[in-house]
Design a protein. Structure first.
Length: 133
């Protein structure tokens, strides 16, 4: 479906990004990279496209480029926990252990924050339930 949409409108962000995501799903990261690059050219502030490119670069062992893309992803979406996790892996692959620890700590902080937010919602819901008769 995405390839058909690309024939109709080759500048469609959704179609280009979709082709990249499908390529990643099919374990074809080399094929995904140009699609994610095109998606970024269309929408430079897309954290999802930077993350997708980063994921593809990690699978192709291009850690230096991966770090740049993931830093872009967290710049545009600072709460993207998955990007920090991949960033930690990339830094570790480059032997940059201090940066890896910092990225991992941020990922864990965001995960904990998410759990706490969900607990507040659950607790609030319990307080609002009518008492059983």
């Amino acid at each position: 479906i995405y390839s058909r949409a690309l024939h109709i409108d080759p500048r469609s962000y959704a179609s280009v990004y979709g082709m990249g995501a499908c390529s990643l799903f099919l374990q074809e990261p080399e094929k995904a990279i140009p699609y994610f690059r095109r998606a970024i050219a269309i929408s430079p502030e897309s954290a999802a496209a930077h993350f997708g490119l980063g994921d593809a670069l990690l699978l192709t062992e291009k850690a230096k480029m991966l770090v740049a893309e993931l830093n872009q992803a967290v710049h545009y979406e600072p709460r993207m926990r998955q990007a920090y996790t991949l960033l930690a892996r990339a830094y570790r692959a480059l032997g940059m252990n201090a940066q890896a620890q910092k990225a991992l700590a941020e990922s864990q902080r965001l995960a904990q924050e998410s759990v706490q937010s969900q607990q507040i919602i659950i607790d609030h819901g319990k307080q609002r339930q009518p008492a059983a008769k």
